[in-house]
Design a protein around this ligand. Sequence first.
Ligand code: AMP
Length: 457
Amino acid sequence: MTDFQSLGLSETLLKAVASEGYTSPTPVQEQSIPPLLEGRDVLGVAQTGTGKTAAFALPVLQIMGRKKPQGKRHIRALILSPTRELAAQIDERFAAYSEHMDIRHRVIFGGVKQNPQVRALQKGLDILVATPGRLLDLIGQGFVDITKVEFFVLDEADRMLDMGFIRDIEKVLKLLPNKRQNLLFSATMPKSIAKLAGSFLNNAVMVDVSPKEMTVDRIEQRIMFLRKADKRRLLVQLIKDERVKCGIVFTRTKHGANRLVKQLDQSNIAAAAIHGNKSQGARTRALAGFKDGTIPILVATDIASRGIDVDGITHVFNYDLPNEPESYVHRIGRTARAGRSGIAYAFCDDSESGYLVGIQQLIGKEIPVESSHPFHFIGAIPKPGQKPGKIKEKSGTKKRPRNQNSNRGRQNNNSRQNNNRSSGGEQSSRPRRNNRSRNNRSNQSDRGNQNHRSDRD
Ligand code: AMP
């Protein structure tokens, strides 16, 4: 087995890694650290939970420690992250790994007062972790200088694009010096990311830690077909029956998350919502309560959940199926971390069966069906040959009667075999990525990541 010594890390960093309790590098660390130490650019396909933060933070710190720049302290490493939570966690990791070094780091993001951030910047920093909106805002005000950056890290690049940050990223890239080392991490590698990577990485080493393997292997998955109106009751029943102490429930909208928290409360289940409309304080409190076990259930939207790094989540509930199949992989990856096992339940109502088809195509397998619950509804089962995407519910659409036995729908939806067949009037296209145009003002973006998505977080 590879150990950290053989990756070429310095004594100082080996000490830091040991005090974190890491005994051996994760695959993304094993593959990224050596080329990064050699000064190469790296394109990493890895999601949160794989150890990717250390994969870039350790070599960046090591190279920074090799020579101290002359003159005033200046920003030598810039890490861009799509969400505040992820940004804060990256900064925490830098704190842990640079404990024995003379390194000043700081995180900046929107939704909080800028003054403490400005003061820290004025004192001088070596490493800046930032969300794009606040970064550009403070650059615009003359508080941040990124013209001497030696390392540029773009984290969760796919989520950045989903959130409409592409123009902000381009603005940041224009301000960076030409000579620098670049790292791009993304959980998925759609064409748009490959294009972005090609625009600023130089002869990059590609490191692929496929999330598919993670999904399929360690996480037990179950799909449950039911009517929308029964979702809440099934959730309450599962939480109570399985005595869930640390579970995360995903809803598609912020409203949905708030409503569900209230409903769980009525069933005596303590829960907190985490989404972009919550103040930073409320998000931090919810996460702290979840981490220390006082709040057993966190109800989250996809974007807000990014970067939630809590080991020991035993249950993931896909209360609403995500309309982007990749999100399913991210969601269920919240459990079964650090070598533990976990279970992911997905609720599928009759408007979501197309999403299920897309998810199963992405993960390359059918999710086992759990039908032994009181709300099982065959009308939600994908039809043979159904295409990925959403079935548009037309008013007056006939629903199949509840008692109709549907062996044909045995969820063995033949979707892979029958992909070319039209599914008749219910034909729908694969959901488009949300390339919403953003509000122009970049400083809206951190607090307003959400705004341009209407109620979608
Ligand atoms: P990340 O994917 O960077 O968000 O890391 C996920 C979690 O894995 C964090 O809690 C890290 O502290 C932890 N971690 C990172 N590297 C290792 C390692 N080599 N061994 C054990 N845990 C690790």
